[in-house]
Design a protein around this ligand. Structure first.
Ligand code: KIV
Length: 305
């Protein structure tokens, strides 16, 4: 399928610099060049396409879709099939960005064989280029096995939402010395295992800076301060579509909620007041058919008299 840029969209015009495909190798080069890596979540064809065409480096189909798209309280109930459905749709919209997909809770924690099989399924059935797995040191062996199956893996440490019940809520991690030591061990273990990139969520800026300086893999922060090699945010958060008070690190770049509400209210008002659709928004019969129809109707009326 061809992905023709939609004219008038920022980032989509032909005078832009030619864009290269982002790969796991080019992410490492970005880290070496100190060129910040950009990442946003997407969950479907249209948002993935808009994000890709705006020049974002990584499209992450995060399991946050459980909350943003499906209205769940947390990410725990999301299934492999639901994830695959959304990654497939996003895949169709992505041309240049690297497509990273979350492995849902339960798809890799229970059995290593199943984990590798599920990771392969994600790549084969959805077109994801990298699978993301939550957890540090204790996942290093599993990550090695998945990489051994030719599947690039993204790590995710710090506040890992799939461990919400173990953490006792969504809490910033690594706030004391033992927590910092654990995070450093987690980061180094995943770096040695060869992760393609490392998501750092909900950790103090100072700790994220130490990890970023220590590891070769590019770090991508969310609530982890500005020293990370890149930044990720949830699309619904930056667009005010999350229906709740934003976390400290969220910056709103638009108000899609207001835009949608206003458009929907205007549509409703136009229909109720017979202003929509107008004649120019209606289809018309061809002149000859209209004339023939008039004749038929006139004949019918004459017969009824
Ligand atoms: O699911 C998600 O959106 C994520 C990001 C917050 C990193 O994992």
């Amino acid at each position: 399928m061809s992905l023709t840029p939609i004219s008038g969209r920022p980032g989509a015009s032909s005078h832009d610099e030619p864009r290269h495909k982002i790969t796991t190798a080019s992410l490492r080069e970005q880290k070496l060049r100190h060129e910040p890596i950009t990442c946003l979540t997407a969950y479907d064809y249209s948002t993935a396409r808009l994000i890709d065409e705006a020049g974002i480096d990584i499209v992450l189909v995060g399991d946050s879709l459980a909350q943003t798209m499906l209205g769940h309280q947390n990410t725990l109930s999301l299934t492999m099939d639901e994830m695959l459905h959304h990654v497939r749709a996003s895949r169709r919209g992505v041309r240049h960005a690297l497509l990273v997909a979350d492995m849902p809770y339960g798809s890799y924690q229970i059995d290593a064989h199943d984990a590798v099989r599920n990771a392969a399924r994600m790549v084969k059935e959805s077109g994801a280029e990298v699978v993301k797995i939550e957890g540090g040191e204790k996942r290093a062996d599993l990550i090695l096995r998945i990489i051994d199956a030719e599947i690039p893996v993204a790590g995710h440490i710090g506040l890992t939402p799939q461990s919400v019940n173990v953490m006792g809520g969504y809490k910033v991690q690594g706030k004391n010395l033992s927590g910092i030591e654990q995070l450093m061990r987690d980061a180094v273990a995943l770096d040695r295992a060869g992760v393609a990139c490392l998501y750092l969520e909900g950790i103090p800026r100072e700790v994220a800076a130490m990890i970023t300086a220590e590891v070769n893999t590019p770090t991508i922060g969310i609530g982890a301060g500005p020293e990370c090699d890149g930044q990720v945010l949830v699309l619904h958060d930056i667009l005010n579509l999350s229906f709740g008070p934003p976390a400290k690190f969220v910056r709103r770049y638009g108000d899609a909620a207001a835009l949608i509400t206003q458009a929907v209210q205007s549509f409703r008002a136009d229909v109720k007041s017979h202003k929509y659709p107008a004649d120019e928004e209606s289809y018309h019969l061809p002149r000859e058919t209209n004339a023939a129809l008039d004749t038929v109707l006139a004949r019918k009326r004459a017969m009824q008299r």
